[in-house]
Design a protein around this ligand. Structure first.
Ligand code: ZN
Length: 226
């Protein structure tokens, strides 16, 4: 990862502020980022939207705290299991937005009915249990359910998104909630048309270009900084 540890911590705090401002966080949920040497930066056991730079802790791949004053979150095993299973994943957001919880019980996951949902066209598999991910066995099950996708829904509980950088993660974190919300709005009007596979593939083609998320992210950042 190109960012220094300090820059990474600052980006994590900013991402948490943005997510808080957008109303997609509650008192729980957590954000983490991979460091070299099998270490992980994580928000600690406190509301993620209230986290300051000094609060970010360092944990190892077993979830044990290495640095920082706070304690690891109870659902840390979800993060460590995903990092072990997915070497490409550099950061993870787990949260409990109402819209994501609602879609998680509808058994089909996110249907791409709006452009903000195209990130998820390869599917958002559902981990079929509302129990919190407090041990490595459940963490491994969530990682297996996620597979090679960028989002997994947890039935009646919330969602987890993964990415290879924090800008992309922030975008996925906001767009998963928007996609869920629009899906529900469209459903209330009758049968909804979904994007075709070809349309989704065409739209996501350019998503991995450098700085492709810049304008999107900068808008949300401008809402939380002067
Ligand atoms: Zn949770």
């Amino acid at each position: 990862m190109l960012d220094t540890v300090q820059a990474l911590k600052e980006k994590m705090v900013l991402a948490c502020k943005v997510l808080q401002k957008q109303g997609v966080l509650d008192g729980y949920g957590h954000l983490s980022a991979r460091l070299p040497g099998d270490r992980i930066l994580s928000t600690p056991h406190m509301p993620p939207g209230k986290v300051a730079l000094r609060d970010i802790i360092v944990i190892d791949m077993q979830g044990k705290k290495l640095e920082g004053a706070g304690e690891p979150n109870g659902e840390t095993p979800m993060h460590t299991s995903i990092y072990k299973a997915r070497p490409d994943v550099q950061c993870i957001l787990h949260y409990h937005p109402d819209e994501v919880i609602a879609v998680s019980v509808a058994s089909e996951g996110i249907k791409v009915v709006a452009n903000c949902g195209v990130h998820f066209y390869r599917g958002t598999p559902i981990y079929d249990s509302p129990l919190l991910i407090r041990n490595h066995e459940r963490g491994d099950q969530v990682a297996a359910t996620l597979g090679d996708r960028n989002a997994v829904l947890l039935r009646g509980h919330g969602g987890t998104v993964v990415a290879n950088d924090l800008d992309k993660l922030l975008r996925l974190g906001i767009d998963l909630v928007r996609a869920a919300r629009i899906q529900m709005m469209a459903a209330s009007l009758g049968p909804a048309k979904t994007h075709t596979q070809a349309e989704c593939e065409e739209m996501v083609k350019g998503h991995d270009r450098p700085d492709t998320n810049r304008r999107y992210i900068d808008y949300y950042i401008s809402e939380v900084v002067d």
